[in-house]
Design a binder for this molecule. Structure first.
Ligand code: HAM
Length: 418
């Protein structure tokens, strides 16, 4: 073994969460959970590991994702395993597994971490957390409306205003009808949808060239398709219903494709209106056949995934993160007069803590005066010094750091005064 030192960097594309980052993460997760629960969603969870077949099955696959973006390995028992790149196949598996016992429509949410071996860029990492909210067991279009209204409400609950984001909606059923009406061969529609998913990432010429290739060289059809996509003349029930709920930052966008083959109806995305953040904040759609992969009757689903990376970028860009998210210390700091009293300080701390008050014991090597100012800097409310006199008399004094007031006496009396 070489004696070269190991790097302190995290693995490429994943993050360490130092306390200040963990505090932000926690704030994002708890806001997500609170809003999802306010719509009646129940929390579920699953393992990070899934059999690789789950992502290869016909109807579930997203070719780019399965072939290029998954972390897949063979375990010691020769099983092919994948770190989940998304939650939708997992939740479909779970719902199909209990289809008879569950009562529909059901609303479930989860906050899993997901792994994708992607090219890293702003808003895209290799490990991210993703709020997943899905409704199963109804084809009613108001479920689609509810999902988009939930996504909207989450952003509002973070303090956002509607001008900060835009909701884009499309519908695969409508798109199929429009393509067929233009004479587009039905079997080429999935390839066109896939290409449209990349339309805003490639230049116009490459888009035309690729589209022409898919259409077997039919240049006239290429022009007709582009005209149809760019004409904004459509409204759907979903968009109309959203405006009745007062949600008007919505555009119907026929170019919106979404990268997954499993979507069968409404698809939607939310974009940050700040040019700094050009990746979607969330994406979702209706998938009416996914549970059919597991046998049994298909159970329709509609949902979305919302990532923590783009969420944090959004909150930072629009200055929506509350200050002081990081809770630095406990209510009381117990300070030994010198290091020979460390254990005695721990004992006093335990008694106070047992009464339900948080206590840190400062066993550092700094001078007493410095420890007292540290406690105050970190936001502790009280200190209690433990030294020779206190231990022999079992009488302690508790100092209120903001008023300077002191309470002395046996530890029980101190606790009462807290
Ligand atoms: P998705 O569009 O692949 O959809 O991802 C949804 C969101 O997850 C994105 O808009 C983004 O916020 C976040 N995300 C995706 N990939 C990354 C990445 N590499 N780094 C950081 N954040 C990322 C889905 O995953 C669908 N399964 C969502 C869904 C749920 N559809 C129905 N139900």
């Amino acid at each position: 073994m070489s004696n070269k030192h190991l790097s302190t960097d995290a693995y490429k594309g994943v993050r360490d969460f130092y306390p200040e980052d963990a505090a932000i993460q926690q704030y994002i997760f708890s806001t997500w959970a609170k809003t999802a629960e306010s719509f009646g969603f129940e929390r579920y969870d699953a393992s990070i590991l899934e059999p690789s077949d789950l992502y290869k099955a016909k109807g579930a696959e997203n070719e780019e994702m399965v072939n290029e973006q998954t972390y897949t390995f063979t375990d010691r028992g020769d099983r092919e395993v994948t770190l989940r790149p998304e939650m939708t196949p997992t939740v479909a598996r779970m719902v199909a597994g209990r289809a008879r016992a569950l009562s529909f429509p059901l609303r479930w949410y989860s906050i899993p971490n997901c792994f994708r071996y992607e090219r890293m860029q702003r808003g895209r990492l290799r490990e991210f957390w993703q709020l997943n909210c899905d409704i199963f067991g109804t084809t009613d279009h108001t479920a689609d409306v509810e999902m988009i209204a939930l996504a909207y409400q989450i952003l509002i609950d973070f303090g956002a205003t509607p001008d900060m984001f835009e909701i884009r909606v499309n519908d695969r059923r409508l798109m199929n009808r429009l393509y067929i009406a233009l004479g587009v061969p039905e079997e080429t529609i999935p390839a066109i949808t896939n290409l449209n998913d990349r339309r805003d990432k490639i230049d116009d010429q490459s888009y035309r060239t690729e589209l022409k290739k898919i259409l077997g060289g039919n240049g006239l059809l290429v022009e007709e398709i582009i005209m149809m996509l760019d004409k904004s003349d459509e409204q759907t029930d979903v968009v109309i219903a959203l405006s009745e709920l007062g949600i008007t930052n919505v555009v119907f966008d026929k170019s919106l494709a979404r990268g997954f083959d499993y979507y069968t109806g409404t698809v939607f995305e939310v974009r940050d209106t700040s040019p700094d953040n050009n990746r979607a904040l969330l994406g979702g759609g209706r998938y009416d056949n996914l549970t059919g992969l597991f046998g049994g009757d298909p159970i329709p689903g509609i949902g979305f995934g919302m990532g923590d990376v783009t969420m944090r970028d959004f909150l930072e860009t629009h200055k929506l993160l509350p200050e002081n998210l990081q809770k630095t210390t406990s209510t009381v700091v117990a300070i030994p007069a010198d290091s020979t009293f460390n254990l005695e300080a721990h004992k006093a701390a335990k008694v106070i803590r047992d009464s339900g008050i948080s206590v840190t014991t400062d066993i550092g090597t700094k001078k007493l005066g410095k420890k007292i100012s540290d406690a105050s800097d970190k936001g502790a409310e009280y200190i209690i010094v433990v030294g020779e006199d206190e231990v022999s008399s079992q009488s302690f004094s508790l100092k209120n750091l903001s008023t300077g007031e002191e309470t002395s006496g046996p530890i029980n009396k101190i606790i009462e005064s807290l």
